[in-house]
Design a protein around this ligand. Sequence first.
Ligand code: PLP
Length: 424
Amino acid sequence: MTLIADSPTTCHERLMAEHSAHNYHPLPVVIAEGAGAWVTDVEGRRYLDCLAGYSALNFGHGHPALLAAAHRQLDRVTLTSRAFGNDQLGPFCAEVAELVGKDMVLPMNTGAEAVETGLKVARKWGYEVKGVPENRAHVIVAARAFHGRTISIVSFSTDPEARGGFGPFTPGFTAVPYGDPDALRAAITPETVAVLIEPIQGEAGVVVPPAGYLPAVREICSTANVLFVADEVQSGLGRTGHVLATRAAGTDADVYLLGKALGGGITPLSAVVADADVLGVLRPGQHGSTFGGNPLACAVGRAVIELLEDDGPGGLLARARTLGAVLHARLARTLGRGVLAVRGTGLWAGIDIDPRLASGREVCERLARAGVLVKDTHGSTIRLSPPLVVTAEEIGVAVDALEAVLADLRRPRGAGLRRRVSRA
Ligand SMILES: *Cc1c(COP(=O)(O)O)cnc(C)c1O
């Protein structure tokens, strides 16, 4: 495994290529350590982490309060299973319920599990409360959505790569265009039990719907007696400068799905949050998870909630709003200079690179070489979601690097060629 000539990066990459399933195509960076908004690779190079684990690291790497909570709980008890109670579960559920403003919380582990759980709850609610005939429950989703990778979730994905080769698919779903209330209204049937949408589509490229869309979804759901299920796994818990993007849009869902940042970047932790008339349809034995609600995850989750409860001027939510404005003001200056469009809100941006210049992947590789980590999506889009602990100065570093990469790509071909030749 060790050739003397190999760099540590090459060595790790070979191990990953040979023994880690090829379901990802990572950028050529092998991270060994992280602190705040920065990570260090196996060769000691530092990078500004502007992906933040797709928002799982909203509070940065190794946030002191979260690490302290995890360390404390590691020494007490880490797993009990739900066969018994544990002294972190009740307080965690109460604190999440209070933060979100609903009655009940069902803790799971990953975002996909929260989505699956939300769908099971919606179907059961449909049969028991709404009175939909058995096995007829219908759920409406949005095109280009991302909700995870399980069989049922890819069953309603409109991304051929996510679905291809994984059938047969779970029936009962209809996808409608995102941001179009009329299309949604037209798709509702008497058997529709839920509308599942992201209040901002993350993986699609940070797509913010038109103003009025989410309130319209609320109105359509209320009129038709359908549950509005908001997948806030990525948009929630601070990314937009708010606890919930749905509320920031001036409306309220019936069911909130939380994940990613809920585990503080330390442990997987997700949750389904709703009022008792909805979540109450689940009774013992009908749903569960060995690790769901484990005391370690709950202890970390409680420390996350505590960070989010501070919406004062010095808090992380305020930071995301203020620094989000700084980020978007800086990014607006890249428009027309290799960038076709910038979308987003808070510390969250989707940037469409002019495909004639480079692919999103190429821009991400160049940014990584410049010490800034971001990730491409759907060909020519890159997305920026730095941890909320990032500083205005660090945002400047990231956008400067992007501008330098774009300027380099826009230089006449010959100049780039000469540089490449002389470097070789
Ligand atoms: C990441 C994500 C998920 C899936 O979460 P996992 O923890 O990867 O299963 C679901 N919904 C949205 C909106 C996401 O961004």
